[in-house]
Design a protein around this ligand. Sequence first.
Ligand code: 9WN
Length: 412
Amino acid sequence: MTTTHSLGQAARQILTQNDKGSYTIPTKGLYPYQWNWDSAIAALGFAEFDINRAWVELETLFSGQWADGMVPHILFHQPDSGYFPGPDVWGCGGPIPSSGIIQPPIAASMARRIWEKDTVAGASRMVVLYPKMLAWHRWIMQWRLDRGAVCTTHPWETGRDNAPDWDNTMARMNASDVGEYTRRDTAHVNSDDRPTKFDYDRYIKLVQLGRKLNWDQAALREQSPFRVADPTMTFTTLGAARDLLAMGTELGFDTIGLAEDIQTLEAGAATLWNTDLGAFDSRDVLSGEWAECLSNASYLCWLGGIESDQMMDRLRNTLETVPYPVPSNDPDSDTFDARRYWRGPTWAVVNMLIGLGLEQQGHHAEAAELARKTGALISEHGFAEYFDPLSGSPAGGKSFTWTAAVWLAWVG
Ligand code: 9WN
């Protein structure tokens, strides 16, 4: 019988095996570099048994910060031919070869939780990290707002790559001139569980556009066909702003503008409420269209400190009716696909972010129920990248860093 103790040991071993010394890869083969939000989650996992290593993870992530404050979604520390697109395709400057886009800015929220475990040691690490985190927050506020909501400029930025949220926007894009390229992901895992060629052509087309515009945010805002205000970016930015304000106030650091930013982002979060859908939704900024998608990101409202009775009703219903909640797409939707990545599968990492939000807002019973169900999923089906929400069967990469970290920091 697998015990909680032995699963804890297995989870630690995964973190240790994926540890490259000062940063952690998500999983061997499929993802050989440092990813932004994966690293923040890895840090939370490390904090359960090696708090110094947790801080090092975040410090390495911020060592890749660009001069303007942007923190890239991938840092290509060492060349590796196993992943596409690599640094040669992105063509970015920056202190470490990197991608030119961001990911959900959860690092400050994870840092706050690590700091709370040891405020004395944490204070000295935050002296260096805090200004960098604040600079990234200010970069997002400068470049990514639409009516106060935070926009994504590439499906990869949200971390929810092929979510149906982007279908309409992607369908309007012409990627016929993207050229030849060779995907590497489908050499590692089942192609039925990954984004389609239609999606990949558009992912690469957007990278080519960013490169052509030298990753100039003002030019991209003018010329990119992809700009969507979304719940992932908005709620994580809002949560991070609140956490920066709390830490900055406690530690006597610069908090100028944070309280106003929180008000702006709260107003922005309200613009993501789709009344007809009855849920937080993504909104295409260029067309004004709703995505009409209830996703697992819709439930990140609590992480952003936003209450919603309707989302709570939906969550309770999902916990009761879906065998392995929370699915990344509504099982009643035509676009639902139980195994294809962000179009249906359950992601333990998003469950944890939903759960941490619920706990923070005092919804302890729902947080405990979600943690229990996520724990059952991992103990029955392993530390997979994601899972079929109906059968629980594992999909994508194995021995996955953030699934192990979720076990250590939240459900184990
Ligand atoms: C592109 C690393 C990342 C996660 C994302 C997940 C997936 C990459 C990919 O893997 O995205 O960034 O190549 O599929 O969608 O959330 O951060 O685990």
